[in-house]
Ligand binder design. Structure first.
Ligand SMILES: O=C(O)CCC(=O)C(=O)O
Length: 333
């Protein structure tokens, strides 16, 4: 009897992932999406004429300065090219390092040891603890993502950071999503060799709501394909400050990060376009103005140095989702 040899045909997503991940040979960036050829610029997307008063407070430029693109091959996917001021980028980088990994939020380090405050622990001794620095790979906020069951629960939920919810609300309103509620986030921390393998984000009860992804620090090749891994993915270069929004058809597509690349620019250091803000600049009923204004401005001085060193060799991605259906307060509603 003849033996039939079964060879597993590799999926197209995996082939591209391995291509971009490789160090030897290094991948060519020729086929990475070119904004001028493969995307369409969309201005005044939801007919918003007026700027949102919260932009300044959240470290964003006015809407008139935002450059937004959709992708010919990926309906529902939006890229907003860095709408942050440099002080804005510093504010968010600092939040991701100093505040979000603090308890009660969860981090990957919890599995091996209990650390209340990762950033303070890192800076505690005479010497910066590089091993601990590299250990942090993710932290979860709001409804904590359960990596084993992939199921959210009320027992595994903490308060979602107000300023991050506001940031998402501003971007959602700008794109015409007027009812978006930020309820869960994963903050991913990448070092130069880190990757994130192909996956879809499908744990949320509400899969109609868009997913907001903010990148800071070093750059990345982001792959996005279709609803199956056989679909050939596109490669997109994500730089510091870029916001990628996965909505509609793109919401459940396979995506991955095969490579972190050195940033060509450091927009978090470009202070020419960033002014110190004052409380008078911002009139809004939404958040505690004084606290944010102080936090935004303090990053011009030497308090910033350690955060600057971190992003010099790492990338941070904040990935925000709505979990619940509209007008629901809990999973049990
Ligand atoms: O780092 C990124 O750009 C993507 C992160 C991501 O896909 C995720 O957290 O599910």
């Amino acid at each position: 009897m003849k033996r039939v040899l079964e060879t597993k045909v590799e999926d197209n997503f995996m082939i591209r992932f391995k291509y971009y991940k490789s160090n030897k040979p290094k991948p060519s960036l020729e086929e990475v999406i070119k904004i001028q050829n493969d995307t369409i610029e969309v201005n005044n997307i939801s007919n918003i004429i007026e700027n949102d008063p919260r932009t300044k407070l959240l470290g964003l430029k006015d809407f008139t300065n935002w450059k937004t693109y959709t992708f010919k091959k990926h309906p529902g996917l939006f890229l907003i090219l860095n709408p942050f001021t440099s002080l804005g980028q510093r504010f968010w980088i600092r939040k991701c390092l100093e505040e979000y990994p603090k308890k009660p939020n969860k981090t990957n380090i919890d599995i091996e040891r209990n650390i209340e405050d990762w950033w303070s622990e890192l800076c505690k001794g005479e010497q910066w603890d590089r091993k601990l620095q590299k250990k942090l790979r993710w932290t979860t906020l709001g409804y904590h993502h359960n990596w084993d069951t992939k199921v959210y629960s009320e027992e595994n939920r903490d308060v979602f950071p107000l300023e991050l919810a506001e940031l998402c609300d501003v971007v959602a309103q700008y794109l015409g999503y007027v009812n978006f509620n930020a309820e869960a986030a994963i903050v991913n921390y990448y070092h130069m060799g880190s990757t994130l393998s192909a996956h879809t984000d499908h744990s949320e009860v509400n899969l109609e709501a868009p997913l907001f992804s903010f990148s800071f620090g070093q750059s990345a090749i982001f792959l996005i394909g279709g609803h199956e891994k056989s679909y050939e993915p596109s490669a997109i270069l994500l730089n510091s400050g870029d916001i990628l929004v996965m909505s509609k058809e793109a919401r459940l597509c396979y995506h991955a990060v095969p490579k972190i690349l050195p940033a060509l620019n450091q927009p978090w250091n470009n202070h020419e376009e960033s002014k110190i803000i004052t409380c008078d600049d911002v009139k809004t009923k939404y958040i505690n103005i004084k606290k944010i204004v102080t936090e935004m401005n303090r990053n011009v001085d030497n308090e910033w140095t350690c955060f600057g060193s971190y992003v010099q060799e790492s990338r941070i991605n904040v990935n925000v989702r709505q979990v619940l259906m509209e007008n629901r307060k809990t999973l049990d509603d």
